[in-house]
Ligand binder design. Structure first.
Ligand SMILES: Cc1cc2nc3c(=O)[nH]c(=O)nc-3n(C[C@H](O)[C@H](O)[C@H](O)COP(=O)(O)OP(=O)(O)OC[C@H]3O[C@@H](n4cnc5c(N)ncnc54)[C@H](O)[C@@H]3O)c2cc1C
Length: 486
């Protein structure tokens, strides 16, 4: 059965937190490793849910890749509907319905509202792409970090996660300029990014660390990148740096409309980014281009000479190149022009990474299966999506899920402990449409706020401001407990 989450909004959680009398020892300490968009957002959500959050980043400052993304205008999300959105994400063994569910918890409207909350207005282009008005990431990142610090998130830069373990608590080991350091925490979220643009800190070095713990990692490969092919000197002389606009291309049975750019080493552009996944599935990758998608072969023939076909300079040069090494009919070749590709451009140049932490190693709430309280988020997981705003949207949505799950795991530790005991409720409130109560278990002396049990915990009689009647009952994780007020 598909698992559905009914999470309160960040605002309602923040409102609730202000009112919860959470004592120091009862506040979970959540550590986020990686200060890219996924890590920053996971930190924001965990802090808004009441956690004490520490964020560890290997570089001198967080968000370096986000700043690089800002150079292209920072395509925050896409305006497409949810069904269209979820179809953009690919990754072997992705749990069925994962992206539909995950994006329903944080969708393209939510990301725009979140940006607006930082004072960053967004606009939607005719293509559906959504950008901040200022077309940069610097302002957004600056305000985001200020807001995180104000909400209590502590940043530790120049800290590289090198290992981890879990007993009662999670133990994390870091390499720092002052030497190695270890810390303990109640839960950890790894948001260590992919392996493209390693100079931003996202170098995929974490792969060995995870594999040491038998966590599956699928080979990291270039995604949203150019592909190499062998052009002739004539082709380059006539078309290098020129676009092929409004063309259609096919790879492995998948079609895509858009633009390609002829470069010294091969091809760049939206079409080839989008078809990257399909091309990587082919033993001998070939891109087949239709230079005149709105004309049939007969229509082209009826126009007479090639000079009447209104081909762009790049299209003309490409057709000449193709006919020069393989004879054929120009009209047929214009409609079906094969370009054998050698390989994708190196990962260091790619916009994003395919591969990463294997879905088989993760629960749907993004917990690493063999650990109770360690989660993953963002691009380090084995998913890919084309450019167009889907990458950041996927990073933030997965970060939200991981942060909620980390908080839930912390709560469930206590519920596991007290589920065999009667609940001793010391206080009870209704906040943000949820019943929130503080309880003690009879077996121990811990007094724990149970905010997130609410959707599993139903008090039979409870009105705001009322003391719990001695007959009140609560179910926790399906188990019925007797509540005694004190
Ligand atoms: C040129 C370019 C343009 C792009 N444009 C867009 C765009 O317009 N729209 C879009 O949606 N996406 C875009 N992207 C992609 C987007 O930037 C990424 O998908 C996104 O940054 C991934 O977020 P993340 O938090 O998962 O990982 P990252 O942003 O890669 O962050 C991971 C962080 O973890 C840190 N880290 C790594 N290892 C360790 C460790 N062992 N210990 C501690 N810290 C560690 C890294 O230093 C890094 O700061 C672009 C990318 C590039 C390269």
């Amino acid at each position: 059965m598909k698992r559905r989450y009914f999470f309160p909004s960040i605002d309602s959680c923040a409102a609730a937190r202000q009112s919860w009398p959470v004592s120091g020892t009862d506040t979970p300490n959540i550590v986020v490793c990686g200060g890219g968009p996924a890590g920053l957002f996971a930190a924001e959500i965990a802090a808004s849910l009441g956690a004490k959050v520490d964020l560890y980043e290997k570089m001198a400052t967080p968000g370096r890749k986000l700043l690089v993304a800002g150079k292209g205008g920072l395509n925050l999300t896409h305006g497409g509907d949810r069904e269209h959105f979820a179809k953009q994400y690919q990754g072997d063994d992705t749990p069925m319905g994962f992206w539909e569910d995950c994006l329903s918890e944080f969708d393209n409207q939510a990301i725009r509202e979140w940006a607006l909350g930082l004072g960053i207005e967004t606009f939607k282009q005719r293509t559906g792409r959504v950008y901040p008005r200022e077309m940069k990431a610097a302002g957004l990142l600056r305000r985001w970090i200020v807001r995180l610090k104000e909400s209590g998130v502590t940043f530790y830069n120049r800290h590289t996660l090198i290992d981890f373990s879990e007993k009662d608590q999670v133990e994390l080991y870091f390499s720092t300029p002052e030497g190695e350091k270890s810390i303990t925490c109640d839960g950890a979220i790894f948001a260590l990014g992919g392996a493209s643009w390693p100079r931003t800190g996202s170098d995929g070095q974490w792969q060995n660390m995870l594999e040491k713990h038998q966590i599956g990692v699928r080979k990291m490969q270039s995604a949203n990148c150019g592909w190499e092919c062998e052009w002739s000197a004539d082709l380059l002389a006539g078309a290098e740096g020129l676009p092929l606009k409004n063309v259609k291309a096919y790879a492995n049975g998948i079609a895509c409309l858009g633009e390609l750019m002829i470069t010294r080493y091969g091809l760049e552009g939206g079409i080839i980014y989008q078809l990257g996944h399909a091309l990587r599935q082919m033993a001998n990758p070939v891109l087949v281009v239709d230079l005149k998608p709105t004309f049939s072969i007969d229509q082209l023939r009826s126009k007479g000479r090639i000079s009447n076909w209104n081909l762009s300079q790049a299209a003309h040069a490409l057709l000449d190149w193709s006919l020069s090494h393989q004879e054929g009919c120009p009209a047929e070749r214009t409609k079906q022009l094969p370009i054998p590709l050698l390989r994708p451009r190196p990962l260091a140049e790619a916009i994003s990474t395919a591969g990463g932490v294997a879905w088989k190693s993760l629960e749907t709430d993004l917990r690493i299966k063999q650990f109770r309280s360690i989660f993953c988020a963002g691009e380090m997981i084995d998913w890919e999506a084309p450019t167009g705003g889907y990458l950041l949207q996927g990073c933030l949505a997965s970060a939200k899920r991981a942060a909620f799950a980390a908080m839930e795991a912390w709560n469930n530790r206590w519920s596991h402990e007290f589920s065999h005991h009667d609940l001793l409720v010391t206080d009870c409130r209704i906040l943000a449409n949820s019943v929130v109560f503080l309880s003690k278990n009879h077996g121990g002396n811990r007094c724990t706020p149970l905010p997130y049990q609410c959707r599993r915990t139903r008090l039979t009689t409870c009105l705001q401001g009322q003391t719990l009647p001695s007959s009140a009952k609560a179910t926790t994780r399906g188990k019925l407990g007797r509540i005694t007020t004190c």
